[in-house]
Every structure is written in C-alpha cells, then in structure tokens.
Design a protein around this ligand. Structure first.
Ligand code: HEC
Ligand code: HEC
Length: 380
C-alpha cells in the first residue's frame, strides 16, 4: 500500500538530500512514486476460487510429490521437474524444452507463477490447474490419456494420499482424476513465491522514508532503475509488483520456428482457449460464481495477436537464463543488447511504437543489468 503521508515525507526528504553526500538516493520524487508501484512484495496469499484445494496443506504436499514424480508420464521417464528444474530456478538452461521431441518454446520458471492471469507464453490457459494439466496430456510431453493415467494412479504408491485429499479414485471419471491431480499441482506451485530482494528493501525503505537504509541500494542499480522507468520505457510493459502488465506484446523477437513455420503466439493461445473444456468458464472450475470467465467469452483472435507473447515477470529472471519465448537470448547482456538495437522493421504487431532502439552506453547497459539482478537476489 502506498501511504500518501509517507510518500510526501520521502519526496521532501529527497528534495533536501540530493545535494548531500550522505543520503545517496538518486531518484526524483516522480521516480520514487513509480518505484513504489513495483511493490509491496511478496503479495498476500489469496486462494484460487476455481480450485477447491488451493491453500490446503494436504493438497500442497501431494502436489509437491507429484511435481517431482515420473508417475505422471506414460513412460515414467519425465516429471514436471525434468524441465522445471529446482537447480535452475524451476526453469532450465536449454533454449527450448525437450519432451518427446524438441518443443518450440523455452521452459519458463514456475516460481511466482500464481500472479498471472493467463498462463504460458501465449496464454493458452486462464488458470493454473489447466496449465498444469497440459503437459500431462500432451503427446509431445508426458503423453498420458486420462483413462491410462487414472489406472496408473490407482496402482501407484501415492494412491492413498490422493484418496485422502480427493476421495475414491474408482468413483471418479478419468477427466476428474486428471483435473484433481492438476489442482494439487497448482496448489503446490502457488506456494513457490520469492521473498523480498534488495530492490524490495530499497522500495520499502523509500516508502517508510528511511533514506539511510534506501541509500544501501547500490548507485549503479539506482541508475539502472532510472533507465528502466524513464528512457528505457521498460515499465510500460514490465509494470506492477511482478514487473509484468500481464498482457501480450511484440518485443521484436523473431517468431519463425523454422523457415516455413511460425509460432503464432497469442493468436494460437486464444484459439486454444476457445476450444478448451478446462477454462474458468467450464464445468471443471470449482467457483460457483465463475469469476474471471467473462474474459474468455469476449476475446477473439485478432490479426494483431499474431506473434505476441506474454510479458514475462522480471522477478528472479536473473536466475533463469536463457530468455524470451524461444530461449534465443543467452543472458541479460544479450537482452539489453536486443533492446539497445531493436529492429523496428521486425515489429509487426500494432501499437508497439513504444519500443525504439535505446542505444545505451556500456555503463548504462551494465547499470540496467545491475538493476535486473537486484530483482533476483536474496539480501539476507
Ligand atoms: C518437456 C518439458 C516440460 C515438462 C515435462 C513440463 N513443462 Fe511446464 N512448461 C514447459 C514449457 C516449454 C512451457 C511453456 C509452454 C508454452 O508457453 O506453451 C511450460 C509452461 C508451464 C507453466 C506456465 C508458466 C507460466 O509462466 O505461465 C506451468 C504452470 C507449468 N509449465 C507447469 C508444469 C507442470 C505442473 C508440469 C508437470 C505436470 C510441467 N509443467 C511439465 C516445459 C515443460
Ligand atoms: C512493448 C512491451 C515491452 C517493453 C517496453 C519492454 N519489454 Fe521486455 N519483454 C516484453 C515481452 C512481450 C517479452 C517476451 C518476448 C518474447 O518472448 O518474444 C519480454 C521479455 C523480456 C525479458 C526476458 C524475460 C524472460 O524470462 O525471458 C527481459 C529480461 C526483459 N524483457 C527486460 C526488458 C527491459 C530491460 C526493457 C526496457 C529496456 C523491456 N524489457 C521493455 C515486453 C516488453
């Protein structure tokens, strides 16, 4: 929460402090107000109304076991964690994921995933349990059909724990079993939230008017933050506490998968949503009010959705190279270089006039990277 009184206090303090060598807060009052909008963090937990086991301890524990258990893949060789690797921030270091074949996209981290409104790079799903179900049923990934998964679960070591949370397996339809498994997986993933970083310490100190603490935040990160908010226009899309506006944009990343095949991005995502039985509007949602369902009843694929992708959260991004929907940029340096030299000819979607080559100097680029790193560190 932004407390207006605290905000005013900070601004007046900075007004007198900028010339002093002691309090090294470089930000203007306007920049401070913008900075406050990127918090507080972490967000308070709110159960997902479409998932009746959201926040339930037994379901979270079952979901954790399932996430790391190859029982969810037909050939018992793959678990969620094969791609969403704990050692790599629940993402993986290869550019594009490998399931039963090479997939088109990079594995995003599932840390902080619950802040999203649409899931996957193209927003193919509108809730976390449906997104967790996709890889189980996809022939490119874990390759189960619901009836076989139900049989495999009944014969597995975790069947008792499943029954403890969801009741008798044999009395449930195969689709219900898959959805229940996915709801346990979602309940677990909802708990994967990062703690405050050195950026958050800085932000919270500004909010509290504590300039002495705020000035602990390195000057280079502060200069990088100023670029992020100002000349770079990054916060236009990477906004709010999670550093994403949750929308779909064209950031100038080529969307050809091969010379003849494109990744249609949000266009395909909207097509997937319109045919999925697993949306917030469908019968598998546990929310009697069907909150959020209006959105998928209204959206239709438009030409301008072609080749747009969801704006990623930048929290923890420093720990999950490589970057972009196809993993084509190896590190943060390459990302900053991309925005520095962005090819305007390549921007095909409407309304992306917001991006222009930044032409940052070497020092400015390294300041911006320093800031991005401060969204993924642990200041304890
Ligand atoms: C073969 C590698 C692979 C496996 C196995 C896999 N994933 Fe993924 N995961 C991906 C890729 C690639 C994406 C991006 C998909 C897209 O955008 O279409 C993704 C996306 C996601 C997302 C969306 C994240 C976001 O930011 O919106 C979630 C949640 C997720 N996976 C959970 C799971 C769960 C749960 C399992 C196990 C049941 C699983 N994944 C198994 C590769 C994998
Ligand atoms: C027009 C909206 C927009 C603006 C402005 C923008 N971004 Fe992005 N950003 C995106 C989108 C969309 C993606 C994903 C693109 C893709 O995968 O094709 C992205 C991806 C990224 C990633 C990769 C994250 C990951 O997990 O793969 C980083 C880092 C990033 N942007 C930083 C920045 C910085 C720094 C700036 C300012 C110089 C900036 N962005 C400006 C929309 C934007």
């Amino acid at each position: 929460m932004i407390r207006p009184s605290a905000l005013l206090l900070v601004i007046s303090l900075v007004g007198t402090a900028t010339s002093s060598a002691l309090a090294q807060v470089l930000l203007s009052g306007e920049e401070i107000a913008m900075t406050l909008s990127h918090g507080p963090w972490p967000p308070a937990f709110e159960p997902d109304p479409s998932n009746r086991v959201s926040g339930l301890a037994a379901a979270i524990a079952l979901g954790e076991t399932l996430f790391f258990d190859p029982v969810l893949s037909r050939d018992r060789k793959m678990s969620c964690a094969s791609c969403h690797d704990l050692e790599h921030g629940f993402a993986e270091p290869r550019a594009r994921a490998i399931g039963n074949s090479l997939l088109d996209r990079n594995t995003p981290s599932v840390v902080n995933v619950r802040v999203h409104r649409w899931f996957g790079w193209a927003g193919d799903t509108d809730n976390l349990w449906a997104q967790s179900l996709t890889p189980i049923l996809s022939s490119d990934e874990m390759g189960f059909d619901p009836a076989d998964l139900k049989a495999a679960l009944e014969n597995s070591a975790i069947s008792d724990r499943y029954v403890g949370v969801f009741g008798s397996i044999s009395e449930q339809s195969a689709d219900d079993v898959v959805v229940n498994i996915s709801k346990a997986l979602a309940a677990y993933q909802e708990t994967l939230i990062t703690g405050p970083t050195s950026f958050d310490r800085f932000r919270d100190a500004l909010e509290a008017g504590d300039l002495a603490s705020a000035s602990q935040y390195p000057l280079s990160a502060q200069r990088g933050l100023q670029l992020f908010l100002g000349r770079g226009n990054c916060a236009f899309c990477h906004s709010g506490p999670a550093f994403t506006n949750g929308e779909f944009h064209d950031a100038g990343v080529p969307y050809f998968v091969t010379e003849t095949r494109v990744d249609t991005g949000r266009y395909g995502g909207l097509q997937a949503l319109s045919t999925s039985p697993f949306t917030l509007a469908g019968t598998f949602s546990d929310d009697p009010l069907k909150r959020g369902a209006w959105a998928i009843r209204q959206v239709r694929p438009q030409h301008s959705d072609f080749g747009t992708f969801r704006v990623p959260s930048l929290r923890g991004a420093a720990n999950t190279a490589p970057y972009m929907h196809n993993g084509s940029l190896a590190d943060l340096q390459a990302v900053v270089q991309h925005y520095n030299t962005i090819d305007l000819e390549r921007l095909h979607a409407d309304g992306e006039a917001i991006l222009a080559p930044l032409g940052l100097s070497e020092r400015e680029s390294s300041d911006l990277i320093q800031f991005l790193n401060s969204l993924g560190d642990d200041p304890r």
